[in-house]
Design a protein around this ligand. Structure first.
Ligand SMILES: Cc1cc2nc3c(=O)[nH]c(=O)nc-3n(C[C@H](O)[C@H](O)[C@H](O)COP(=O)(O)O)c2cc1C
Length: 286
């Protein structure tokens, strides 16, 4: 179970709470409300080798029980993030997890190469839920062979630990997670959004669904992978409050990520950190 402080990949984190990728941008804006150093680690939005424009509006729909996002992985590229933000995170003593993606296998590996050795970066988090343009749009994370190749490629170009982030929209998530582990993945992030569609005014929007309902799927994926594999798991998916966070830690997560909750309550993360601290102080009693 995650602890205070927490040791992950040989580094001490002040607590096991992270934001989920894509939900706090590049990290500076939220400081109007709370300090980024509240987090155990900061997770970037998805970064790619080349800047990427993303999708047209509407990009975020409130589904009532969660949200559908169709941001389309908009970002200004890894190089710019490292140049403009490394100092910011070093000053705040907050390690960064770089969430990376590509539209080809080579683009993933190139992301790893571009990072090199960076003192602010704790790990890479390879988002394997994007469509592979060369293979007609198949999602990388659905094929254990592709997952294995990407992880081996990343491990050959960087010493930074690699977390593999998977969606549970597969027949057997343990098979995919095992392929990542065998190829040298240092940890797993479970789970990403699930693909869905909804209508906003006259526009049909395809995107990823996140929020409360995901936690039931995430917990099962985490529990199954934890039983089969000896690498740390970072839990994500529908963690809305401290009670959810505790459940994920009990299911075997080393750390947890909070995404959609921040859109409902911008103070959700500091509240969860505070609640977890109190819970550990009471000797893990609720
Ligand atoms: C607006 C938004 C943007 C996201 N962008 C990314 C991304 O760039 N890379 C990624 O791996 N996951 C991305 N995700 C998925 C989240 O990191 C997380 O896995 C998912 O939302 C489940 O957690 P939650 O229910 O707490 O939001 C995004 C989610 C949202 C809501």
């Amino acid at each position: 179970m995650g602890t205070f402080p927490l040791e992950l990949f040989g580094k001490k984190l002040r607590n096991p709470v992270m934001n989920a990728s894509g939900t706090l941008g590049y990290g500076k804006e939220i400081e109007r409300l709370w300090k980024i150093s509240t987090l155990g680690a900061f997770v970037t939005k998805g970064l790619s080798v080349f800047p990427h424009k993303g999708n047209p509006q509407p990009r975020i729909l409130d589904l009532g029980f969660g949200m559908l996002n169709s941001i389309g992985l908009q970002n200004f590229g890894i190089k710019r993030f490292l140049e403009e933000y490394t100092e910011f995170f070093i000053r705040r003593k907050t390690p960064v997890i770089l969430n990376i993606f590509g539209f080809t296998e080579d683009e993933y590996v190139e992301c790893g190469r571009l990072i090199g050795e960076n003192p602010a970066v704790l790990a890479l988090e390879a988002n394997l839920s994007c469509p592979n343009v060369k293979q007609g749009g198949i999602i990388f994370g659905k094929d254990p062979k592709i997952v294995g190749r990407i992880v081996r490629g990343l491990k050959s170009v960087t010493k930074i630990p690699v977390l593999v982030k998977l969606s549970s929209e597969v027949t057997d998530i343990v098979e995919i997670a095992y392929a990542a582990y065998e190829a040298g993945a240092d940890g797993l992030t479970l789970i990403n959004t699930l693909p869905g569609m909804w209508k906003e005014r006259d526009t049909l929007v395809r995107g990823g669904i996140s929020g409360p309902f995901l936690k039931f799927l995430a917990l099962k994926a985490i529990y199954d992978c934890k039983r089969s594999l000896p690498i740390p798991i970072v839990g994500a998916g529908g963690i809305m409050n401290v009670k959810d966070a505790i459940l994920f830690l009990e299911a075997g997560c080393s750390a947890i990520q909070v995404g959609t909750a921040t859109f409902l309550d911008p103070l959700a993360i500091p509240k969860i950190v505070k609640g977890l601290k109190a819970y550990f102080k009471r000797g893990q009693k609720w």
